[in-house]
Design a protein around this ligand. Structure first.
Ligand code: AMP
Ligand code: ZN
Length: 465
């Protein structure tokens, strides 16, 4: 049974959706003011493992993710660049999803942009005003935290001393600045704005997520996730806005992933200690190795990023690929071995149990490596039969449905073709130097792989049988 650490209760809890098998899950998406860094992608890879695990367990998942395409940062940066907000954010939204695909993160079922959901947001503000949980001041609308006694229940902070009616206007702030936060910002020169009955202006960041998550996932979501930095104030404010408006539990399971750090400090744009995915692929690192590295530590533990870590992840990937490759090519005797059936069953069980345990990807990776070692030993001892091969591959397929680290079918075919072409070249070279034995050996090897050679005056051509 799946168990998740719920930030709200501070405990590990068995996961049960409100209306099984349906699961509504919302994650805070990127603020598209710049290229995302791989710290951001640690969080999105975690969410990918979460969504794939839920689907593998048979849940009917609706995964919703927003794009914050209007907030303090996007407005300020587009203005500084002299570009319209829409054009500016479009560029970084496209870049974000390119990186998403490169990292093999499955796209959410619903991707919603803040600027396309203004009516949902203004409706929510109106309800909060009607219920006495919000007030207008200097043309902006604020949430009155003193009117919501449960404020602080997610971040477990005590805000008693702060409930003075003082206000905070910026989207991002710390605990020391916790005040009545802005829901709707009054119109300012040079900022986009929308007309409403409570004043023209634009949404604050926190409002966006409450309005969009409930628009698609309903009043009560099964899961809401994000990075640990979003617990306060963002998610605390989302709870206040949503529960304040509906009177219902907003989210049943809150999941937060820990930071990717560099030399003990959170990777972030503001400190400048970051790598984008492009920085790393330009240096020749394989994005799948980066994916593997990002899932190599349990999501609630900090992960220290180094390029050496990427190289180690690549070495681990190479071992896995070699294992699968070797197993596919090997000539095996007919039949199966009882011991191999047990081994495959045990590996599948261990893999599932690791993910059941609050998505312990590190333990799941360990299960995979122990399995590879055990099967290799049996291969060497001649104790793996043709029927066992299918069982081993079934486990590998099950693992890859969640990890997604094996070469894609197209990649695998291209790799195999490149391999064949290289052997054909070697054989031509052997023939040129009259090394007939070597040329014949290569021809036989290719024949065993179903490749037919034809020597022509223009060189050797090959085709698959
Ligand atoms: P942003 O685009 O800044 O809103 O961030 C997108 C996601 O990345 C959020 O869920 C953040 O909590 C998360 N995030 C930001 N920095 C890091 C980091 N260093 N490690 C892990 N997650 C992060
Ligand atoms: Zn959010």
């Amino acid at each position: 049974m799946l168990r998740f650490h719920n930030t709200l209760s501070g405990r590990l809890e068995p996961f049960t959706p409100l209306h099984p098998p349906r699961v509504n899950m919302y994650s805070c998406g990127p603020t598209v003011h710049d290229y995302a860094h791989i710290g951001n992608f640690r969080t999105f890879v975690f969410m990918d493992i979460l969504q794939r695990t839920l689907r593998a367990r048979g849940y009917d998942l609706q995964y919703i993710m927003n794009i914050t395409d209007i907030d303090d940062k996007t407005i300020a940066k587009s203005a500084a660049a002299g570009v319209s907000l829409a054009d500016y954010t479009e560029k970084y939204t496209a870049a974000f999803f390119e990186d998403f695909d490169t990292l093999r993160i499955q796209r959410p079922d619903v991707i919603c942009k803040a600027t396309e959901h203004i009516p949902e947001m203004t409706r929510l503000v109106q309800i909060l005003l009607d219920r006495g949980l919000a007030y207008v001041s200097d043309g902006s609308v604020y949430f009155k935290i003193a009117a919501f006694p449960e404020y602080g229940k997610l971040s477990k902070k005590d805000f008693d001393g702060l409930r003075s009616g003082a206000r905070v206007d910026v989207d991002e702030y710390d605990k020391e600045n916790a005040r009545d936060f802005v829901l709707w910002k009054g119109k300012k020169e040079g900022e986009p704005h929308w007309e409403t009955t409570f004043g023209d202006g634009r949404p604050g960041w926190h409002l966006e997520c409450s309005a969009m998550s409930m628009a698609y996932g309903g009043q009560t979501l099964d899961i809401h996730c994000g990075g640990a930095d979003l617990v306060f104030p963002h998610h605390e404010n989302e709870i206040a806005q949503s529960e304040g408006a509906t009177g219902e539990t907003f989210v049943r399971f809150w999941l937060h992933s820990e930071y990717l750090i560099v030399n003990g400090e959170k990777m972030s744009k503001s400190t400048g200690n970051f790598y984008t995915l492009r920085d790393l692929t330009d240096k020749g690192h394989n994005p799948v190795a980066i994916r593997y590295l990002l899932m190599s530590t349990h999501y609630r533990k900090q992960l220290n990023f180094t390029e050496e870590g990427v190289r180690q992840a690549q070495a681990a990937l190479d071992r896995i690929h070699e294992f699968v490759d070797n197993l596919g090519r090997r000539k095996l005797p007919a039949g199966d071995h009882r011991d191999m059936t047990d081994l495959c069953d045990a590996a599948a069980r261990r893999f599932d149990e690791a993910l059941d345990d609050d998505l312990n990807t590190a333990a799941a990776q360990a299960a995979l490596f122990d399995f590879i070692r055990d099967v290799n030993r049996r291969l060497d001892a001649g104790e793996v039969g043709e029927t066992d091969r299918a069982r081993v591959m079934a486990f590998i397929g099950k693992m890859d449905a969640v990890f997604d680290i094996l070469p894609a079918a197209d990649d695998a075919a291209a790799e195999a073709d490149a391999d064949i072409a290289a052997l054909v070249k070697q054989r031509e070279e052997a023939r040129r130097t009259k090394n007939w034995a070597e040329a014949d050996r290569i021809r036989d090897e290719l024949a065993a792989r179903g490749v037919i050679l034809k020597d022509t005056p223009e060189g050797t051509v090959w085709k698959k049988n």
